[in-house]
Design a protein around this ligand. Structure first.
Ligand code: UT7
Length: 333
């Protein structure tokens, strides 16, 4: 980082809604099978938020848990950044709703929209605020209610996604902290050439909501899955290697890889490409599906709570999503 400051993850939290939807449940909705979904994606079930549970409700729950975990008082939060592509409303930000729900009166709040890469974009933004702008505590959240933006008649997308939230508390490392604990490196990239491959075609300023757009279901997520798949493997593999090398490490130094949980076949291909065995990856997509921006912080919280990731471990996050956006971050926990 060069500033002498270490930006550390000092607490994590997550939230999954109560209702579970299995592949068998989906067999009743669209022309699919449990076997197809599991062999093509690795997903068996996902959580679905309640009708009265918007994204900010899940973000707030994950955020509160992260603050408790970090031992940070809610008044001490300087900034809340919420990564989401399923905001409560287009205006105002989901981060503002979340602030109100948790009572973080002293924070300034905004959203980051970088699809499945949103959490790493938010982490990088928070790091900059803490390193160069004098803020001390950031609450960085990835939260999604994908179920509200999915066409439940489109088998190409509805079997993939789930709802949930994950959060981390970032603080400026104390000088007494041993070692190099904290965010070690990150690589963040975008390529706007591919905007049409993962998008909500209507409901924005380009094509405002109309009877026609509703009839054509243009407010729901559309994805060119196969092309996205190929780009994801190539871009995530390259970003992971760049982030490890930027941190001055080799692949053997990485204790755990937490990839975006989109598809087990993508994760397997990345493992082959960067030559880190699948056994060193932490995956939970079997139980939660693709929770977009919530994917990495949700998995990180789980991995810390179940002991798969321990203090001192070097963890590699690697993500890919709509935009296209992608990136990788190495952190010493
Ligand atoms: O999170 C952001 C990033 N997103 C991703 O990384 C997702 C990347 N893409 C993928 O994970 C995969 O492309 C999918 C899981 C979405 C699709 O898997 P695929 O192996 O690429 O399948 P495909 O799209 O090439 O479709 C193969 C066949 C097609 O049938 P035909 O044309 O061969 O007869 C599809 O219609 O599978 C069919 N198909 C299904 N069949 C049963 C597509 N979805 C389903 C389904 N159940 N749910």
């Amino acid at each position: 980082m060069g500033s002498g400051k270490r930006i550390c993850i000092t607490g994590t939290g997550s939230y999954l809604p109560e209702r579970i939807m299995t592949n068998q449940d989906l067999e009743k909705l669209v022309d699919t099978t449990d076997e197809w979904i599991e062999t093509r994606t690795g997903i068996k079930e996902r959580h679905i938020a309640a009708a009265d549970e918007p994204t900010s409700a899940m973000a707030a729950e994950a955020g509160k848990r992260a603050l408790v975990d970090a031992g940070v008082a809610v008044e001490d939060v300087d900034v809340i950044i919420c990564a989401t592509i399923t905001p409560d409303r287009i205006l105002p930000s989901t981060a503002c709703y979340t602030q109100h729900r948790i009572g973080a009166k002293n924070a300034f709040c905004f959203d980051v929209a970088a699809a499945c890469s949103g959490f790493l974009y938010a982490l990088k933004t928070a790091e900059g605020l803490l390193v160069a702008n004098g803020y001390k505590t950031a609450l960085v959240i990835g939260a999604e209610k994908m179920s509200a933006f999915i066409d439940w008649e489109d088998r190409g997308t509805c079997v993939l996604f789930g709802d949930g939230a994950g959060a981390v508390v970032l603080t400026v490392g104390d000088d007494s902290d041993a070692g190099s604990r904290g965010l070690l490196s990150s690589v963040i990239k975008s390529d706007g050439e591919y905007t049409d491959l993962l998008t909500y075609p209507a409901g924005g300023s380009e094509t405002p909501a109309s009877e026609e757009t509703l009839k054509d279901k243009l407010h729901f997520l559309k994805m060119g899955g196969n092309t996205v798949f190929k780009h994801a493997v190539r871009c995530m593999g390259a970003a992971a290697e760049e982030a490890v090398s930027k941190a001055g490490l080799t692949k053997d130094d990485i204790d755990c890889v937490i990839p975006h949980q989109a598809n087990l076949r993508i994760i397997q291909a990345i493992s082959d490409r960067i030559d880190i065995p699948l056994g060193r990856f932490y995956n939970n997509l079997e139980r939660v599906g693709n929770t977009t921006a919530a994917s990495v912080p949700l998995a990180l919280d789980e991995a810390l709570k179940n002991g798969r990731v321990k203090k001192g471990d070097k963890v590699l996050f690697v993500v890919f999503g709509g935009g296209f956006t992608w990136g990788a971050t190495v952190v010493e926990i």
